[in-house]
Design a protein around this ligand. Structure first.
Ligand SMILES: *Cc1c(COP(=O)(O)O)cnc(C)c1O
Length: 357
């Protein structure tokens, strides 16, 4: 079966080999305070810099999930007003968690799926702006210029970006935000249970004097990360996988070009066979998550026949569960697999009786 779900998704082709290497080298049982672990961490940093072009001054912290990143940021910036700017279920969830914690200082600014997102320019200048670069739930993405404009408009705010379903799949303009994070079961092609949180010096300064009373207090995490260390026993195996996957990865510009070309091919393919992309405005479509909309009956049928034919499609998410499905267009999905799925869908859509049965 080929996993086109948008996360957890298909894992990296070489994972079996990396696992064998891990067992051979006792990676699963090394001490996380050891020099071996530190060198794994160091290599992750090095490859994030060389492959994903993470600029100097941004420190990657190993976390357990994107959800944990939401939590840590919401808690450690408790004094700041939070402005959540989003159009879908993941942005909403982050907003809700923070709102439950600090209702009087948490604000949402929604925009519609097919409307160009404009963050108002009248927000206070020193707030915390929470963005979702790629809204996995509905297949939209924030255009690059939008993030650039937000940075220009709010140079003194802290801008944090949930980039879970695009980090490692697309070029990120790191300087446009102070915090970025992603869990690894999407474009990093790894098993779930780990996330990468990247923070700038500005953020480190902002939390410098906060108490380090929790295992995941941001300043504690940051200081440990500077030493290639974690605050608790981490998922060492997944950290090892991350270092190996990044090491073997092409540079992000190349991956981005492939993802972009394949996303274009997906959207024009859908149109050709008479399937509707959920997002109508091409400029606002995600390149890594392709959402398809149809009647609940047909959506159900397509997913079911796909599964019988060896393709796991991503379920619709939240409110969109019944009338959409999603196709992951992640770096680990090969051209060949993509063509196989397209051939299958084409056949299904041209043999109308298959869908009406
Ligand atoms: C998948 C996803 C999450 C949740 O990731 P966890 O690893 O379950 O915490 C959060 N945000 C976005 C945009 C996602 O795609």
């Amino acid at each position: 079966m080929i996993n086109f779900s948008t996360g957890p998704s298909r894992v990296h082709d070489q994972l079996g080999r990396y696992f064998a290497d891990a067992l051979k080298n006792d990676i699963c049982s090394i001490n996380h305070r050891s020099t071996e672990f530190k060198s794994i961490y160091k290599s992750i940093k090095k490859h994030l810099a060389t492959k994903l072009k993470l600029p100097e001054g941004y420190v990657p912290i190993l976390m357990s999930s994107a959800t944990e990143c939401w939590y840590v940021l919401s808690r450690d910036f408790d004094q700041m007003p939070f402005y959540h700017f989003f159009n879908g279920a993941f942005g909403q969830r982050w907003f809700e968690y923070r709102y439950a914690q600090n209702p009087s200082n948490t604000f949402k600014i929604n925009f519609e799926v097919d409307v160009y997102p404009r963050l108002p320019a009248y927000l206070p200048p020193n707030g915390f702006i929470a963005l979702t670069a790629n809204e996995t739930s509905n297949g939209t993405a924030l255009p690059r210029e939008v993030m650039h404009n937000i940075r220009q408009t709010y140079p003194d705010s802290i801008i944090a970006v949930d980039a879970t379903s695009c980090m490692a799949g697309e070029v990120l303009n790191w300087e446009n935000a102070d915090v970025w994070f992603a869990s690894v079961q999407k474009c990093f092609a790894l098993p779930a249970g780990m996330a990468v949180l990247v923070v700038s010096e500005k953020v480190a300064q902002a939390v410098k004097n906060k108490p380090q009373t929790q295992y995941n207090s941001l300043s504690y995490l940051y200081n440990m990360a500077l030493e290639n260390q974690t605050t608790h026993t981490p998922n060492v195996l997944n950290a090892y996988f991350l270092s190996r996957v990044l090491e073997s990865s092409p540079e992000i510009e190349l991956i981005d070009a492939q993802i972009t070309a394949r996303a274009q091919s997906w959207y024009s393919f859908l149109e050709k066979i008479g399937l509707q992309a959920f997002v109508k405005d091409a400029e606002l479509r995600s390149r890594t998550v392709v959402a398809v909309q149809d009647s609940p009956k047909r959506i159900k049928k397509i997913k079911q026949v796909a599964l019988e034919s060896g393709f796991l499609l991503g379920e619709g998410y939240g409110q969109l569960k019944a009338d959409t499905f999603r196709i992951a267009n992640f770096p680990q999905h090969t051209e060949e697999e993509t063509y196989m799925l397209q051939d299958f869908l084409k056949e299904l859509l041209t043999n109308k009786h298959l869908l009406s049965k």
